[in-house]
Design a protein around this ligand. Structure first.
Ligand code: AMP
Ligand code: MG
Length: 475
């Protein structure tokens, strides 16, 4: 691994150099070999599994690494707080064979100056959850951080109960958050914001350098990526669960798989997270919350937009106002694709909205409704809607065959069903049996494929009538 640290060229207010705390007896639980190869890390170049565990636990720091924890802040459930990597440490950046730069970050690697009252550690269950769901998101084609390895630490972590500890190695285009900008703006002023913006532009949006105002263009690019990202979440029934501004990346990747979960039956009010009591981050609130978060980013950039504050605000408003139309464009075309419609008009938009209303009224499973429509299975929808849908499909310029293909590649047959995820995690944590986890991970890697011979449980929603599913930040 050739590790670099361009982030350390930023003013030192943005980080603290910090070595991961050593752990008692590291044991490799998972290594994502395909991802390692994509990054240009040859998994066969390690001497042994033991060496891999030593490296991805932070016990052995590779030559060239200068580990550091990042400073940031954020609005958590609407309240501004000073934060920072309290239990994460960036090991360094790798440049993959295509020239793309990635952060390698340990999560659960011990205390840092930003730990506040936390222990800096992570439990195995939540790290397995992040690994599974982030890899599922990747297989769906949704921009996301990824998971390279999980090492069990051999140490207990103390939560409500005593749990096995683990360290996840996360791979991200970068870990620059909306909250990193808020930190710069609130505590260090416009020069710090400018340094961070310049860094983020070089790393993620180098083309905006040619724009008359690169910082405005930068905001516009972040808005574009986030509008696309949230639309994709919505099209897959994904509920992030903790869309605080420190959990939103300017690169447009999904990050922080704490209390996230996929919706079963369609209901915009769906909330799984036990701490989201007011439903701030409910499924249907995700687009306006993303918009709100982006407004927090825009605020920090105001001094870079124009010397005249009211002019700067006008500019920011104008750019922010584009979020909704960008989002709706992405969402409608994503939803249309799920119905085999490639170029949509107003009739198609009504068709989509009517379908969602019907699904809500009839408590229909979000994923499986689209699977049934794709497979041409009989379905609990009025004949009136079906015939309108057929008419919309007939009116397409693409062939029926291409329309069918469009549906097949936008409607996953398999999602990380909550009950399956829980069963896989409890087998792994309570019985030290990773088999159900690995089986689920494998099927989630081809979510669209035929895979018709899989056990029925992979296709079915949770049985009705149980207690409502709840997730926990479980950190
Ligand atoms: P999250 O909810 O995972 O986005 O975390 C919010 C903030 O709390 C971040 O700054 C984390 O680094 C910090 N944090 C979460 N868990 C711990 C922990 N066990 N020890 C120290 N800091 C933590
Ligand atoms: Mg976070």
């Amino acid at each position: 691994m050739n590790l670099e640290q361009t982030y350390l060229r930023l003013p030192d207010i943005f980080y603290t150099q910090q070595t991961p705390e050593k752990v008692a007896s590291p044991e490799l639980a998972l290594l994502n070999r395909p991802l390692a190869l994509e990054l240009g890390i040859d998994p066969n170049s390690f001497e042994s599994e033991k060496e891999i565990a030593e490296i991805f636990s932070g016990n052995r720091i590779p030559a060239g690494a200068v580990p550091f924890a990042q400073a940031y802040a954020g609005h958590q459930f609407g309240n501004f707080t000073r934060l920072g990597d309290g239990r994460a440490i960036v090991l360094g950046e790798v440049v993959d064979p295509r020239g793309k730069r990635w952060d390698l970050q340990f999560k659960g690697s011990g205390r840092t100056p930003y730990s506040r009252r936390g222990d800096g550690r992570a439990a195995l269950g939540p790290m397995l959850r992040e690994y599974l769901i982030s890899e599922a998101m990747h297989a769906f084609g949704i921009p996301t951080t990824r998971s390279l390895a999980i090492v069990k630490t051999g140490e207990p972590v103390y939560r409500e109960t005593v749990l096995p500890g683990a360290i996840l190695t996360r791979v991200a285009a970068s870990h620059i958050r909306v909250g990193t900008f808020e930190y710069a703006g609130a505590f260090h002023g416009p020069d710090a914001v400018r340094a961070l913006a310049d860094y983020a532009i070089d790393r993620h949006y180098p083309s905006v350098r040619n724009d008359p105002n690169p910082y405005v263009a930068f905001l516009n690019e972040v808005i574009t990526r986030q509008a696309n990202l949230i639309a994709q979440w919505m099209c897959f029934g994904f509920i992030h669960g903790v869309m605080n501004t420190d959990n939103m990346l300017v690169s447009g990747e999904t990050i922080d798989y704490g209390p996230c979960a996929f919706m079963d039956y369609y209901d915009p009010a769906t909330v799984f997270s036990s701490i989201d009591r007011n439903g701030r981050y409910a499924y249907g609130n995700q687009p306006p919350i993303a918009h709100w978060n982006l407004a927090r980013l825009a605020e920090t950039l105001l001094p870079l937009f124009d010397q005249d504050e009211s002019r700067a605000i006008e500019i920011a408003k104008e750019v922010l106002d584009r979020f909704e139309s960008k989002y709706l464009e992405n969402w409608f075309s994503g939803m249309a694709a799920k119905l085999g419609i490639s170029s949509l008009d107003d009739k198609d938009r009504t068709l989509i909205l009517d379908l969602l209303r019907l699904m809500h009224e009839r408590q229909m499973d979000f994923t499986n409704t689209f699977v049934s429509l794709t497979q041409g299975e009989s379905i609990d929808l009025p004949a009136e809607w079906i015939s309108r849908w057929n008419a919309c499909r007939q009116a397409q310029t693409i062939s029926r065959e291409d329309s069918q293909k469009l549906m097949q590649k936008t409607n996953p047959r398999i999602i990380p069903r909550n009950h399956l995820v829980e069963a896989a995690l409890s087998a792994a944590v309570e019985q030290q049996d990773l088999t159900p986890f690995n089986n689920l991970l494998t099927v989630l890697q081809s979510p669209f494929g035929a895979a018709t011979d899989l056990p029925a449980k992979y296709f079915e929603p949770a049985p009705r009538g149980g207690a409502p599913y709840q997730t926990f930040c479980g950190t």
